[in-house]
Design a protein around this ligand. Structure first.
Ligand code: SAM
Ligand code: SF4
Ligand code: SF4
Length: 375
């Protein structure tokens, strides 16, 4: 018999098979990590592939035709994802975000959404299910996603100037198609609609005001994200980060803003409203203002590794448990054990370092890429 071949993509990042405690305790939705942070938000990556090559995420020099993406056999099936999601929900997860790569590239994603939409919190409430997309396929899929039970979407759009946007997605994709996707999502009632713009100083910061003008009075919540040092391939430099405080200053100079309270503890975006009633915007300041103290997010990769931080270099291989006949109770106990030991607070530690120090990762470990683990 031929030796079993382990795909390169499966071993790209360090991972370990989780410890399964001998004593099984039923989940009661009250997990808490070493810093008293609960588990509330699960981000599930459904593919590591994408049809864009945004330079800050999947630079084409690295993600080229020779790049080893995960093979089909490595991916969690929809049944496996749903089984894990159910366990996470029992542990207190209330919100699930589907991401990627580009999640709308995963075939029959609507079937997964239908399966997830049937889950309920221990208190009998429906889950908050959302999806982050580059919207290239949204005009075509908005209705079927809505029909499957998706409640809302977040669209990534880095500018309205067509030439700038085509350069940033690096596959010459036109802005007009993304705007059609946003329109379709609005038409079918995928609301509230959010639009995320990653701001890179010198690349698209001239788009801040046009984007603010475009989405004012539209009901869409526009959020500006600081360009992050996630992964190792994007050549991140601090001087390309435009601090959110400056984004707010620029918008304030045109349209007065007032700060508003967060919707809930652990919300990543700081919220602002236009004083004239033109709606709401947000800023996500992952670089200049660490929000680790409230971070209640776990991330599940496409092939079933659990990561406790966006900047993690080590995953926990839940697929190994799924495919080796462990029971739900055993997997739930393993997840509890992992979360209870969680210490991650990468952004806080980076903020405590001198500005010119490179953020460090243990030798031999490689930080995960955003396209692998999702936003
Ligand atoms: N392909 C989908 C999309 O672009 O919406 C979902 C996956 S993408 C990895 C999720 C989010 O991460 C997007 O909003 C993207 O802009 C953001 N992102 C990727 N790399 C980033 C970086 N280096 N800094 C900040 N945000 C980043
Ligand atoms: Fe693809 Fe999203 Fe990454 Fe852009 S940000 S390359 S659309 S995964
Ligand atoms: Fe959460 Fe890690 Fe980001 Fe801190 S750096 S907010 S722990 S994902």
């Amino acid at each position: 018999m031929a030796d079993k071949v382990i795909p390169l993509a499966d071993i790209r990042y360090a991972s370990s098979v989780p410890h399964v405690p001998a004593r099984l305790q039923a989940p009661v939705g009250l997990l808490s990590d070493t810093r008293a942070r609960p588990l509330r938000d699960l981000r599930i990556s459904v593919t590591d592939r994408c049809n864009f090559r945004c330079s800050y995420c999947m630079p084409r020099e690295v993600f080229d035709k020779d790049y080893a993406f995960l093979p089909q056999s490595s991916l969690l099936s929809f049944e496996e994802i749903t089984r894990l999601a159910k366990i996470f929900v029992a542990h207190g997860v209330e919100k699930i975000r589907l991401t990627g790569g580009e999640p709308l590239l995963r075939k029959h994603l609507e079937v997964l959404i239908e399966m997830l939409a049937r889950l309920q919190t221990p208190a009998g409430k429906p889950l908050d299910i959302t999806l982050t997309t580059n919207a290239s396929l949204l005009a075509k899929k908005a209705q079927s996603l809505k029909d499957a039970g998706l409640q809302r979407v977040t669209v990534s759009l880095d500018g309205l100037d067509d030439a700038t946007f085509r350069r940033m997605n690096d596959v010459d994709f036109p802005v007009a198609e993304v705007l059609k996707g946003i329109e379709a999502a609005r038409r079918v009632g995928l609301a509230p609609l959010k639009v995320n713009m990653v701001v890179k100083r010198g690349t698209n910061d001239a788009e801040i005001i046009p984007m603010a003008k475009h989405f004012r009075n539209s009901g869409v919540v526009l959020r500006f994200i600081e360009y992050m040092d996630v992964g190792v391939t994007n050549g991140w430099r601090m001087d390309e980060v435009l601090p959110s405080a400056q984004v707010i200053e620029r918008i304030q100079a045109e349209f007065p803003l007032a700060a508003i309270d967060p919707n809930y503890t652990g919300e990543t975006a700081e919220r602002w409203r236009y004083v004239d009633g033109g709606g709401e915007i947000g800023v996500i300041s992952s670089v200049t203002q660490a929000f680790c103290s409230d971070c209640n997010r776990a991330r599940l990769s496409t092939e079933g590794k659990l990561f406790l931080c966006l900047f993690a270099s080590q995953g926990h291989d839940l697929r190994a448990l799924l495919r080796n006949n462990y029971s739900d109770a055993q997997i739930a106990a393993a997840v509890a054990h992992i979360w209870q030991a969680r210490t991650d607070r990468y952004s806080e530690l980076r903020a405590a370092q001198p500005a010119d120090t490179d953020s460090s990762t243990p030798p031999g470990h490689k930080r995960v890429e955003m396209s692998y683990i999702g936003g």
